[in-house]
Write a protein that binds this ligand. Structure first.
Ligand code: SAM
Length: 290
């Protein structure tokens, strides 16, 4: 491990960042969600919160110019960072020159075989995910990490405040959505702290929050057919104002089938998706699975 001594590049100093990026001919891409962290207190807190130690590894998504990567490198035994923008690896080679246990992988985190990457790079070492996620693709990235059932311990990520509220909502509240229940199935979700829009260069239109999803060793409820349960959750929240008898018809069931299944699962005939817990969706799915 290396410490970020006085000679280390000042990655939260706007003047330094502009000079660095200009030297590399880099312009921010809105399309890739490039809002780099410039608040010096945020990255050390995130690195701490992800629970990395010299015996563990960290997978980062979207290192940008390496401001979080460098903090992760201070606490973790190894860091692997996936960056889509092929203009950034030369910048990272400069900013992370002092950290040989950081590896940059250029590619799309949605297309890379993450199981293989984790096995190849970390072997048996426990791995945490830590990232300031590109906002255009927050939920797909989180769902891909969870649904792939990667051997990871937790996901500590910066997301838009509204996304944080949805991902960490209590079921049965207005903020809850399909993604809330999906996350609950795989992890325990917690909002850690808020981060103002002024903490980024360029500043986005909205504030952010850091959340931590601690992966559950086993799901909180048993269900015969997970796919069926998630189909029901998506269909139910897709038309959340309708009662389940009406909204779940789009998942391919007749009203008679749904009314009978709701009765067997002991759920009110007039219930809407947002009133159900994950356990109730699991029971309903079991009643619809032959
Ligand atoms: N970690 C840096 C920081 O905190 O300053 C940059 C965070 S910025 C919000 C998101 C980063 O994700 C950008 O560097 C962007 O190029 C990268 N990115 C966008 N889409 C990606 C994808 N599909 N796979 C990997 N990286 C991606």
């Amino acid at each position: 491990m290396h410490t970020n001594g006085p000679s280390a590049p000042r990655l939260t100093d706007v003047g330094y960042i502009r000079e660095l990026l200009e030297r590399h001919g880099f312009r921010f891409s809105k399309k890739l969600g490039q809002n780099f962290l410039i608040n010096p207190s945020v990255c050390p807190r995130m690195a701490q919160a992800c629970g990395a130690t010299p015996d563990t590894g960290v997978l980062e998504i979207g290192p940008g110019i390496g401001v979080l990567t460098r903090e992760l490198a201070q606490v973790a035994g190894k860091v692997v960072a996936i960056e889509l923008d092929d203009r950034l690896p030369p910048v990272l080679a400069e900013t992370l020159a002092e950290h040989p246990h950081v590896k940059i992988v250029q590619g799309d985190c949605m297309k890379i075989d993450l199981h293989k990457l984790l096995t190849d790079e970390f072997g048996e070492r426990p791995v945490a995910v830590c990232a300031n996620l590109p906002y255009y693709i927050t939920s797909p990235i989180i769902m891909n990490l969870l649904e792939s059932r990667l051997p990871i311990t937790s996901i500590t990520v910066m997301v838009q405040k509204e996304a944080a509220q949805r991902l960490c909502a209590q079921p049965g509240t207005r903020q809850a959505g399909a993604v809330t229940l999906a996350v609950q199935y795989y992890a325990e979700a917690q909002t850690l702290f808020s981060v103002s829009r002024g903490s980024f260069l360029p500043a986005p239109q909205v504030d952010s929050a850091v959340i931590r999803l601690t992966i559950r060793p086993t799901p909180p409820c048993a269900v015969k057919d997970e796919k069926c349960m998630f189909r029901l959750i998506r269909a139910g929240f897709g038309q959340r104002r309708k009662t389940l008898v009406n909204s779940l018809a789009s998942a391919g069931y007749t009203k008679q089938q749904l009314a009978a299944a709701l009765a067997s699962a002991d759920i009110s005939a007039g219930a809407r998706a947002e009133e159900l817990t994950l356990q109730q969706f699991a029971r309903l799915a079991d009643c619809l699975t032959v």
